[in-house]
Design a protein around this ligand. Structure first.
Ligand code: SAM
Length: 473
């Protein structure tokens, strides 16, 4: 890394980490939360779905009063409903290799962890895993790997992406690959962009430098400046959709939430568009990891408060929830703001098919919701949700600021609901007869106000019945 670049990343990271400013925001929030009327006024503004200032978000995150917490959840539920309706986007992670040169205290992949069985899938094995995911009904994945420049160079990840996109199984395929791999340089991000990835996801883990450096003992990931400036570099490399995340449990959840929102404001200011998604992983048990080490665990209610405040603060950012959470928490979080959910996940390398037997020995961390995709879809549908397998925005070039403009104008609603319906129909025909009830589709069609869009959707549903696949508006 040349000195000028190193200084550029350091400056971006210093701007993002600014502990003094984050502490001042939290303090200002604590002062405002003393007045019920003030909190109610913030919630009223939040319900307009135009987002919140950082100070307003800090007031909501400071709430301890049960009544105000419930009021926050109610407001978040309204915003969620206004923007996302009853849609929930489904996906699964695909772990391709777990070699790692980092030593991160919370992660089973740490090179220090001798109990971890190391695996790196060949391209043929990646194709087999892809077929397994397709045969479960998945259309969208998050590609995951450890960080190891020798065993897992970027060229391997690029080949893996090509291999996954090349698989066609019974006329079906994986249509969007989001990528969650270690921070890289601008040239690396350009290459990922050219490989047609969806969102580039990278979790900050902790925004407090001291905590970050304590948790990341050695290896490239221990470089706070390089890691924290990665989303900026990704955008400089042409990637328009980037995802943020905090690993909850490493430090104070209020601090981390406001810091992540502040990061979103900075990215939008510097690069013209904020994060496409926010993830909220909570630290889980992992092979060789001592969970006693994480004193900052948050209660389920505090976790739901985080989801609600994120939804009210950034109404148009997708919020992603993984199978780290229990069915109960997942169901509750859906009502408050979660818009994307993984299902039937395996965090082991090759765990869907090729190394099924060994999946516990290669897993990065344990999961809680172990239902099959069809079970999750059925249960969501029974609960009044519309599970969606849509990948249309990205494939039609509705990404980055174009996506945000369309989303904010409300025009995106013209395609989201119909696409969710069409992709649910496709999934139901192929994998889940229980959600293929004709009356349901009739009823949902009737709700589409625009006549032309309704007719188009009806036509696509009929074409799916006749055997066509991968239709979208
Ligand atoms: N190796 C890349 C990196 O370090 O950024 C890819 C990310 S890793 C495959 C995915 C994420 O899993 C990490 O960013 C971390 O937040 C999360 N993770 C690691 N260990 C975990 C644990 N014990 N519990 C919950 N999440 C964990």
């Amino acid at each position: 890394m040349v000195d000028a670049a190193r200084e550029e990343w350091a400056q971006i990271a210093r701007n993002i980490e600014n502990e003094q400013e984050i502490m001042a925001l939290l303090e200002a929030g604590r002062e405002r939360v003393d007045s019920h009327d003030e909190v109610l006024a913030i919630l009223k503004k939040a319900e307009e779905a135009k987002g919140l200032t950082l100070e307003e978000a800090a007031a909501l995150i400071a709430i301890e009063d049960e009544e105000l917490r419930r009021a926050t959840w109610e407001a978040a539920g309204k915003v969620k409903h206004a923007i996302y309706g009853n849609r929930v986007v489904m996906f699964a992670p695909l772990y391709v290799a777990n070699h790692c040169v980092n030593n991160c205290r919370y992660c089973g992949y740490s090179f220090k962890n001798k109990e971890m069985m190391r695996k790196k899938l060949t391209m043929d094995e990646i194709k087999e895993e892809t077929r397994a995911l397709i045969n479960m009904g998945h259309k969208r994945i998050a590609l995951e790997a450890g960080e190891d420049p020798v065993n897992i160079p970027l060229s391997y990840i690029l080949d893996a992406i090509g291999a996954i996109y090349s698989v066609e199984e019974n006329a079906l395929n994986l249509r969007r690959i989001n990528v969650n791999i270690a921070a890289t340089d601008v040239a690396g991000y350009k290459a990922l962009h050219d490989a047609e990835i969806g969102t580039y996801i990278l979790f900050q883990e902790s925004y407090r430098r001291k905590t970050y450096e304590n948790m990341h003992v050695s290896g490239p990931k221990s470089n706070f400046n390089y890691h924290t400036s990665a989303h900026h570099r990704a955008m400089m490399g042409g990637i328009e959709d980037v995802g943020f995340g905090v690993l909850y449990g490493l430090d104070d959840w209020r601090y981390e939430t406001i810091a992540m929102l502040r990061h979103a404001h900075i990215l939008e200011k510097d690069q013209g568009v904020g994060p496409h998604t926010l993830s909220v992983p909570r630290v889980k048990k992992a092979i060789g990891v001592d969970n006693e080490m994480f004193p900052y665990a948050l209660t389920d209610d505090e976790f739901l408060q985080v989801v609600a405040v994120l939804r009210l603060s950034l109404p148009y950012a997708g919020i992603i929830l993984s199978t780290r959470e229990s069915i109960e928490v997942r169901n509750r979080a859906l009502t408050l703001g979660v818009s994307q959910m993984s299902a039937a996940s395996c965090t082991g390398v090759g765990g869907y098919s090729v190394y099924k037997e060994e999946k516990e020995k290669t897993a990065q961390f344990s999961i809680t919701d172990e239902r099959s995709l069809a079970e999750v879809v059925r249960s969501l549908a029974q609960g009044g949700y519309m599970p969606s397998f849509c990948t249309a925005c990205y494939r039609c070039g509705r990404t980055g600021d174009r996506f945000m403009e369309l989303a904010k104008s409300g025009l995106i609603q013209l395609v989201c609901q119909p696409n969710a319906l069409v992709t649910l129909k496709e999934f139901s025909l192929d994998f889940c007869p229980e959600t293929n009830n004709p009356a349901y589709y009739e009823q949902e069609l009737e709700k589409i106000a625009n006549e032309k869009v309704r007719a188009d959707t009806k036509d696509k549903l009929a074409r799916l019945e006749k055997g066509e696949r991968d239709l979208y508006l």
